[in-house]
Design a binder for this molecule. Structure first.
Ligand code: SF4
Length: 352
């Protein structure tokens, strides 16, 4: 295993003594660090997956205002939940939060389980999140290994094994787990996160102020910029699409996406695969059940998902009637009531 050699183990063993005093002095005041309530830590960790801290702050506060307890989250209407999540992306995270909340209410009487295996078994919770919750909330020596921690580990130990390999993650987790300091597990997890977020960042390394530089092999050899190594990136699949911005008396046609697949079950402007010409788009709108009168505008947008790039042309089309196969919403209602994912919301920026 790449991180199980004695040199790496010795370096990792010194991490708690170097990181904990630094963290006590330098921890950022973040809303989810006010307490160690498992519900709060869980929500913040799920929101922080794939999303920047600054973007999460507002969402986190609004979410807990709407659902102050796990029970309220379990009982929330899905529409309200998705509306609160709008713009954060990866909507399955919100659905899994609610699924897990229902399990916590029904199987654990509303009390967050303390056992690692039980936490890990909840929907939407992987090794990293389970490790973070159990160490931060319950002081268990459970490492939380994400991209930040893998990057720090690769630099300290100066290892070139690609960090996206499961065996590398497992090895880092095992070696870190062995050095978790009793009574300070939560602070240790958070200090590693903080180091990755503020000091040992992907493109910037502030080695001159880094609390662990005396054990860092990359610092000693000047190899920081070449680590960590990753597997080659998968090319994004380009999908051209046509989006119909059908308007009638100031309201726009929306419908729900299918219950499976990308953006499952969310609201959307009607759309179809391929980029249609204006005349084909008018015909296609009619085939969808609309009654187009005139084409007002053509708008081009790009939206990037993890593995897919949507290259979209949107046609703003005035319609004669509000066809009953769509739901018609005013721009105000689109803002306040319906969870419209960013891929479609970006058309509203153009005054649609
Ligand atoms: S010394 Fe530099 S490369 Fe090493 S862990 Fe610190 S910031 Fe990262």
């Amino acid at each position: 295993m790449p991180y199980s050699d004695s040199d790496t183990k010795e370096r990792f063993a010194r991490l708690p003594a170097l990181l904990l005093p630094w963290f006590a002095q330098n921890a950022r005041a973040l809303p989810w660090r006010r307490d160690r309530e498992p519900y709060h830590i869980w929500v913040s960790e799920i929101m922080l997956q794939q999303t920047r801290v600054e973007a999460v702050r507002g969402y986190y506060e609004r979410f807990l205002q709407a659902f102050p307890t796990v029970r309220e989250l379990a009982e929330a209407p899905e529409e309200t939940l998705l509306k609160l999540w709008e713009g954060l992306g990866y909507y399955s995270r919100a659905r899994n939060l609610q699924k897990a909340a229902k399990i916590i209410v029904n199987q654990y009487g509303g009390v967050f389980p303390r056992d690692y295996a039980a936490v890990r078994a909840l929907p939407g919770i992987g090794d990293y999140t389970a490790g973070a919750i159990c160490s931060i909330c319950f002081e268990k020596p459970t490492a939380a290994v994400d991209g930040n921690v893998l990057r720090i580990a690769a630099r300290i130990a100066e290892k070139r094994d690609p960090i996206d390999l499961p065996a590398v993650k497992k090895s880092v987790a095992e070696s870190l787990q062995a050095v978790y300091p009793k009574g300070h597990c939560g602070a240790f997890t958070q200090s590693l996160m903080e180091l990755g977020a503020c000091v040992c960042m992907p493109k910037v390394t502030k080695c001159d102020v880094c609390p662990v530089r005396e054990i860092c092999q990359s610092f000693a050899h000047g190899t920081q910029a070449t680590l960590p190594q990753k597997l080659p990136k998968r090319e994004k699949r380009v999908e051209p699409r046509t989006v119909f911005l059908l308007e009638c008396d100031g309201a726009y046609a929306i419908n729900r996406r299918e219950s499976k697949g990308l953006l499952a079950g969310l609201w959307q402007f009607p759309n179809t695969a391929g980029q249609l010409s204006p005349s084909d788009a008018l015909q296609a709108a009619e085939a969808l059940g609309a009654e187009p009168i005139e084409l007002l505008r053509e708008i081009h947008k790009v939206h990037i998902f993890t593995h897919i790039r949507w290259e979209m042309v949107g046609y703003h089309i005035r319609c004669r009637e509000k066809s009953g196969i769509f739901l018609w919403a005013t721009p105000e209602e689109l803002q306040s009531t319906y969870a419209l994912p960013t891929a479609f919301r970006i058309f509203l920026e153009n005054g649609v």
